[in-house]
Design a protein around this ligand. Structure first.
Ligand code: AMP
Length: 372
């Protein structure tokens, strides 16, 4: 079976790495002009003129990034099975549609309002009570697209900074930590859930994911499973879906979802019986799902901007290095390291030991380290 992947970055690369042992072949369709998957056939097509060519070479279609025109996915779906379905893509591309769907399915979200002018942003901030987070409805550009308002008087400034005709204004969530759940649904409707991961960001980029999330109460995992299952079934979804959430004193609050394999699931490559990548390939190919049980405790460390001391990291007996074959550039995801351990104490020690070989890596902070 030949799988067509829309997008050709590191997620596509890791999908292919997981798919080759199952005798899948891959054709990547790249619209960026700078594919990095480095495996399989790559069709670079900036203006859509090779879409038919791509279609003729593949049996099924999936994607590794969600910012492609929905019409492209819809057009493809008229000819070949496209998993997940274009509707999932559509929902994820629009924060208003996404939060509306969450609400319809009983998934808790921050209280939110829509603003389409500086004045209505101010009114929304007043109604919700500051602080609030204003986000462009669709993807921001140049790192723009979000602003925190500590006072409604900041509305004018925030509106200009965001530079988008329509924004969602959310009440600021006072969260204990950020977490994510990854689930997979097969063509037959079978669903499997990975354990929740705890995610630490630095300068807006994911740095560390620990799974299973330390100290997680069983009802939190159950709630997350209930929420993501509702989404999977509503969308008649096939493949891996990620739901990013805030854990608060009162339970989970949903932030956003990604219709694909996710950075916070890279730990599953060695840390789970079946990785998110293999399970996505299994699902989109119509196979049975694989066992999602964790093999132990994992922490994924992202390699951002510069590679660091690769040789020293390769010497660590508990570290698994994954490089994406990309050039160094500030803020760029170049690879990740998966660390495995039998106890959280050992995990913390190993993560710190590894992180010293990653210059510029922020200090390891998590619920494990803040407890002292
Ligand atoms: P997003 O692009 O929606 O994932 O937001 C990026 C980051 O901003 C999140 O990972 C959070 O750290 C923070 N953030 C977003 N929305 C909220 C919110 N309503 N309350 C508090 N923090 C938020």
């Amino acid at each position: 079976m030949r799988i067509g992947v829309l997008g050709a970055g590191q997620l596509g690369r890791m999908l292919a790495l997981a798919g080759y042992p199952l005798a899948k072949e891959f054709v990547f369709y790249d619209m960026s002009g700078s594919p990095s998957a480095g495996l399989g056939e790559v069709i670079v097509d900036r203006d859509g003129s090779y879409l038919d060519d791509f279609l003729s070479r593949v049996d099924r279609v999936t994607y590794e990034f969600e910012h492609l025109p929905v019409e492209v996915a819809e057009k493809l779906a008229q000819h070949k099975p496209v998993h997940p379905c274009p509707r999932a893509l559509q929902v994820c591309q629009n924060r208003e549609a996404e939060k509306t769907l969450f609400g319809q399915l009983g998934i808790p979200t921050p209280e939110w309002k829509i603003a389409d002018s500086a004045a209505s942003l101010k009114a929304a901030a007043e109604a919700l009570g500051c602080p609030v987070v204003a986000k462009s409805i669709t993807e921001g550009y140049d790192g723009k697209g979000q602003a925190v308002l500590r006072d409604p008087e900041q509305a004018e400034e925030a509106w200009t900074a965001i530079g988008h005709p329509r924004v969602i204004v959310e009440k600021f969530v006072n969260f204990k930590r950020e977490v994510s759940i990854i689930a997979v649904r097969g063509e037959d409707g079978d669903v499997a859930f990975y354990p929740i991961a705890e995610n630490t960001h630095h300068e807006g980029i994911l740095r560390y994911s620990i799974a299973p999330a330390p100290g997680l109460q069983p009802h939190i995992q159950q709630d997350a499973e209930k929420y993501i299952k509702a989404l999977l079934n509503e969308l008649n979804y096939v493949g891996v879906l990620t739901l990013e959430l805030f854990e608060t004193e009162d339970g989970l609050v949903a932030n956003e979802m990604a219709p694909r394999v996710h950075n916070s699931g890279h730990w599953t490559i060695e840390g789970s019986m079946t990785s998110q990548f293999e399970n996505h390939i299994r699902a989109v190919s119509g196979h049975a799902l694989g066992n999602v049980q964790a093999r132990g405790l994992s922490c994924m460390i992202n390699i951002i901007g510069e590679h660091g001391d690769i040789e020293r990291m390769l010497e660590l007996p508990y570290a698994h290095l994954h490089l994406y074959n990309k050039g160094e550039r500030p803020g760029r995801k170049l690879g990740h390291v998966n660390i495995l351990a039998d106890s959280y104490e050992e995990l913390v020690w190993r993560v710190r030991n590894c992180a010293q070989f990653l210059p510029g890596s922020p200090e390891f902070k998590s619920s494990l380290t803040t407890k002292g």
